[in-house]
Structure formats: C-alpha cells, structure tokens
Design a protein around this ligand. Structure first.
Ligand SMILES: [Zn+2]
Length: 145
C-alpha cells in the first residue's frame, strides 16, 4: 500500500504562532528526541523531524513570534512572546531552511506516537551541528519572516 502524507497542525497556547508538519512517517515510527541541552530541558521539549517531509511556520500575529538564538547560534528557536510556548526551531542552511517541531506543541498528540529517546549534542561544533540539521531536519517551505 503506498504511503500517503499526513498533516499535523500545532502551535502555541494562545494561537499567535503555529505550524503545519507533513510527513509520510507513521507516528509510531517518528524519531522523538529529548534533547538534553538546558533550553530543551527547561521547556521539557520533544523534537521530531522528517528529511522527506515539509514544515510551514505561521504567525497570525507576527509581533508575537520571537526567534531566539543561543549557544552556537545556528538556529532560531521559535517562542510565542504572548504565551511563552516553544513551538520548534528553524535553521537557515546554505541552500534551504530546515526545521523541527516540539511535539508537545501539536494540537493533538498522534495515537501511538513513538517512545522518547534522550540525546545530547554537546560534542558537536557549529559545522557538525549544521550538517546534522541539514540531513535530519524537515525542509521548511514557509516562514513568516
Ligand atoms: Zn502564544
């Protein structure tokens, strides 16, 4: 049976910023990563992505979208300034944009979503981090900036 795209909508608590994630990967096969950096631990963030999928970022209220950079400053972590929710991150790579979503920001948790794996990227340098994101993150087709 051919696999078909499924679409997953998400966003912040107040609705000022959001995303649409499209993937052929079934939720039970998602790579759900608990990054162990301090930012992700403080948000209890869980990340997923699909290099064969698509991600669109929306901001019905553009002034509510904060793009926060820290540490190696290679990606924008997207936070709603009104309600404080972290929805995902986007990197501007050489040829394209790639992103991840925070699965806790999905409007509905997909039934059967894969178990979480803890992971640390502390040993990466900036180029290694960019290369990994280009390979593993989801191509981004729309951003509001
Ligand atoms: Zn919000």
């Amino acid at each position: 049976m051919p696999m078909s795209d499924s679409t997953y909508d998400g966003g912040c608590h107040c609705g000022a910023v959001g995303f649409r994630y499209t993937t052929v990967i079934s939720p039970e096969d998602w790579s759900v990563r608990a990054c162990q950096c301090r930012f992700c631990r403080m948000h209890d963030a869980l990340s997923t992505s699909d290099p064969g999928g698509n991600l669109q970022i929306f901001a019905p209220e553009p002034t509510a979208l904060r793009r926060y950079r820290f540490a190696l400053k290679t990606a924008d972590f997207l936070i709603c300034t009104r309600c404080g929710i972290y929805i995902g991150a986007v990197i501007d790579a050489t040829a394209a944009r790639f992103g991840i979503i925070n699965t806790h920001a999905l409007n509905e948790t997909p039934p059967g979503i894969a178990a979480v794996g803890a992971i640390s990227y502390d040993n990466e340098d900036a180029s290694g981090r960019i290369n990994r994101r280009e390979e593993c993150w989801t191509p981004v087709s729309a951003v509001p900036w």
